[in-house]
Ligand binder design. Structure first.
Ligand SMILES: NC(=O)c1ccc[n+]([C@@H]2O[C@H](COP(=O)([O-])OP(=O)(O)OC[C@H]3O[C@@H](n4cnc5c(N)ncnc54)[C@H](OP(=O)(O)O)[C@@H]3O)[C@@H](O)[C@H]2O)c1
Length: 247
């Protein structure tokens, strides 16, 4: 696997009323998804980074929480590698890039909005009440879904019905992951364990809600596969509480 990614041969189902949805994350052996400062990024090794950037080949859209902007999520968005791989699969369009924000306070100067080579404007999804940053409308397509906060279920319905999104990858962060899982909108959870230990007392973890789920409501997963590549382990899980894809 010198050139490819661990999940190059993935065959994913298609969503109907909502996209078939996967979360993809990486964490250290001590469970951290980031270090205490930006100096620790990237936390993973080459195999995970290669797998991460090729994973988007399988999806019609890539979803991010607003607080992942700034971590250079624009990288590899529409690289020659991604373009070639998608064309090989009969997909000429790049994935739709989506950022959700409740506040609307997003820097229109972020690199993700400055990529002139990317042929589709990123979608920024905000609720009705959001006060959107000046200049953002010129850099992104803005869609309002939900009253006081973005209604993620309604967003999924919109993406499936209006934007033809059949498969979606949620690339974090932790807060968005919690709300997607809580709404039963996640089918699979992909997480790479990368061989380092940061040692922060309360690290950011892959899923963070306002409070833990009650004991009998914790998210149960079924292990689909484990793949070792170098010293990294790639774990793929099915999420038990995913809502049925049939309406
Ligand atoms: N290791 C990994 O694989 C990985 C992957 C991704 C990110 N990260 C790390 O995770 C951190 C960012 O994650 P984060 O948890 O702080 O933030 P996040 O999940 O990226 O973003 C949370 C924000 O999403 C917006 N949002 C809009 N609608 C929402 C809804 N219905 N439910 C929840 N959020 C909604 C809100 O934005 P507003 O605040 O604008 O209202 C909210 O504050 C970064 O430090 C990044 O480095 C690590």
């Amino acid at each position: 696997m010198s050139e490819g990614g661990v999940y190059d041969d993935l065959e994913l189902p298609s969503g109907t009323w909502r996209p078939y949805t996967a979360i993809q994350m990486v964490m250290t052996v001590d469970g951290a998804i980031k270090g205490p400062t930006d100096d620790y990024w990237p936390i993973s090794l080459e195999a995970d980074q290669r797998t991460f950037r090729r994973f988007r080949v399988h999806f019609d859209a890539v979803l991010h929480g607003a607080r992942t902007l700034g971590m250079r999520i624009d990288r590899y968005m529409w690289s020659a590698e991604l373009r070639r791989e998608r064309q090989r699969r009969g997909l000429d369009e790049p994935p739709l890039f989506i950022v959700v924000s409740n506040s609307g306070q997003i820097d229109p100067g972020d690199r993700v909005f400055q990529r002139r080579s990317y042929p589709i404007a990123p979608l920024v999804v905000v609720p009705e009440v959001a006060d959107v940053t000046a200049g953002l409308a010129a850099a992104a397509e803005i869609v309002r879904i939900g009253e006081a906060r973005v209604d993620l279920e309604a967003l999924m319905r919109y993406l499936a019905a209006e934007r033809g999104v059949r498969r979606l990858v949620c690339e974090g962060g932790a807060i968005l992951n919690y709300h997607m899982l809580n709404a039963g909108l996640v089918d699979e959870f992909f997480i790479t364990v990368t061989p380092s230990i940061i040692g922060e007392p309360r690290p950011r973890t892959a899923v963070e809600g306002p409070a833990a789920w009650a004991g009998d409501e914790v998210q149960r997963l079924e292990l689909v596969s484990t793949t070792r590549c170098g010293h990294e382990v790639f774990l793929r899980y099915r999420v038990d509480r995913a809502r049925p894809l049939e309406a």
